[in-house]
Design a protein around this ligand. Structure first.
Ligand code: FMN
Ligand code: SF4
Length: 456
């Protein structure tokens, strides 16, 4: 691993890791929307969306893709892309080429939502597979999750490895495995959702075993010379008692809080020992959650999301009904607890991982202001910063920072998180109408342009 970092790097300094050069220290974080056909093949809208951020004048160092599914059944949400078969390589390769032609590095993130699969055309038993059997009111649509058999685990490990091979075949600069967001690997890591008594559950080392096998097999498939990172949650928090997750586990602190930093730092050290090239650090468990997407509570969006899945199970129907009945003011003051904006929310965690593992670290969540981005880099908390919502709101954010002017829209991202939840049913874009002078027409225009071909 060859990482170069100046003593006090600035936002616009390049960064190199494993031969991949990022032209600045800011990456576009994973942003997914309905940009694939129902079979999982990316649409031209996906390519146009990614190219928009890659434009040289936007100065971004690189782009990390949305979570691309490794399993044919579980893609999440519906109309996110898949890499579960060789036939998906070609269309993604075309988009990757378009991004790289603009001088921007591109990393493909792969993952499996497991029991947190949000949406589906029709109910599928495979969408409930997880570490253990149980009930989770907020995440996933199946009534209950089902514990994976050792055979199913082995199949999943193989699917990660095959998908990683396909990532390399697309021409992307690197592959990132998500062990965060409450997705399948995270369900194995989290002691509240992993109650297994076999070699994949119990102690942290055993809960880590699925991730370890995935890392070993992915590395075997892609070779030692290919950039390989892992997205990891620094603390789970688990969002109890607001989420109902059953049965409880002992000790109760595991049920309430899941992994804490002491344990996840061990995961980080083990990943470093396994030869992972970088870590991408966020926090929280589940998408969306208040730690991973710091900001306002997106109640209306959650309602929309829940209603879009209500046909899939009894749980999903009850969940939608409850959210339809609760008045917004009551939901805001109860379900919205813990939702608040924290600048550079995970930079402190990133610093701990950087110190403990000596690996290059990407910090994710709550970056928009120049001083906040520059501060995290200058203080050595991270090597790179990944930005999601503020770049969705203003793709020219970094250029505006460089030119010391407001972005072209004149309005910063408000971290209202409406975009996170509306992506399940609506095209990707910014849904805070206040940013568009309360003009729905202007907001719709922006949403159309978000994935339009803007090439001259
Ligand atoms: C519309 C939308 C879609 C997202 N999709 C993904 C995804 O596919 N995979 C992922 O790991 N994170 C996803 N995220 C989370 C972002 O990558 C990022 O971690 C989060 O928005 C916090 O960063 P921010 O404060 O810079 O927005 C998504 C976020 C948004 C807003
Ligand atoms: S909807 Fe717009 S303002 Fe709100 S978080 Fe998303 S990008 Fe930012």
């Amino acid at each position: 691993m060859a990482a170069s970092a100046a003593a006090a790097p600035g936002i616009f300094d390049p960064f190199e890791v494993k031969g991949v050069v990022f032209r600045s220290r800011v990456l576009r974080s994973s942003l997914g929307g309905r940009m694939a056909y129902y079979d999982g093949t990316v649409t031209p809208a996906w390519r146009n969306f990614e190219r928009r951020f890659a434009r040289p004048e936007h100065l971004l160092g690189g782009i990390i893709s949305a979570t691309i599914a490794i399993d044919d059944a579980r893609h999440s949400p519906l109309e996110y892309p898949k890499l579960s078969d060789d036939r998906f390589i070609g269309p993604i390769a075309e988009g990757v080429r378009a991004v790289k032609d603009l001088g921007c590095a591109y990393i493909v993130q792969i993952g499996d939502p497991g029991g947190h699969t949000h949406t589906s055309l029709l109910p599928e038993a495979a969408d409930g597979l997880s570490a253990s059997a149980g009930f989770d009111f907020v995440y996933g649509y199946r009534n209950r999750t089902t514990a994976m058999t050792p055979g199913e685990i082995a199949r999943t490990v193989g699917q990660f490895a095959s998908a990683a091979r396909r990532v390399r075949a697309t021409g992307a600069d690197g592959v990132e495995v998500t062990a965060s967001k409450g997705y399948l690997i995270h369900q194995f890591l989290n002691p509240a959702t992993n109650r297994r008594r076999d070699d994949y559950g119990g102690s942290p080392k055993k809960r880590f075993r699925l991730l370890e096998e995935v890392v070993r097999e992915v590395r075997r498939e892609i070779g030692d010379d290919y950039l390989f990172g892992v997205r990891l949650s620094a603390e789970d928090f688990n969002y109890l008692p607001l989420n109902v997750r059953w049965p409880p586990v002992l000790p109760l602190r595991d049920w309430f809080f899941g992994n804490t930093l002491a344990t996840t730092l061990d995961y980080g050290r083990w990943l470093a020992a396994l030869g992972v090239d970088y870590l991408h650090i966020d926090s929280g468990f589940g998408f969306v959650n208040p730690k991973g997407s710091p900001g306002e509570f997106p109640f209306e969006g959650l309602r929309l999301f829940a209603n879009s899945a209500r046909h899939l199970s009894a749980k999903a129907r009850v969940r939608a009904t409850v959210l339809n009945l609760v008045p917004a003011w009551l939901a805001g003051s109860t379900l919205g607890l813990g939702w608040r904006f924290v600048p550079a929310a995970n930079a402190g965690y990133a610093a701990s991982f950087r110190e403990a593992t000596k690996l290059p670290v990407i910090a994710n969540g709550g970056f928009q202001e120049r001083s906040v981005i520059a501060g995290a880099l200058a203080h050595g908390q991270c090597d790179l910063v990944a930005i999601g919502r503020p770049l969705l709101a203003n793709p020219d954010l970094l250029q505006a920072i460089a030119e010391q002017r407001p972005p072209a829209s004149g309005q910063p991202c408000t971290f209202c998180s409406r975009c996170c939840t509306r992506t399940a049913v609506l095209p990707l874009g910014c849904y805070d109408v206040s940013r568009f002078g309360h003009s729905n027409a202007r907001m719709q225009q922006q949403i159309l342009e978000t994935s339009a071909d803007l090439s001259p």
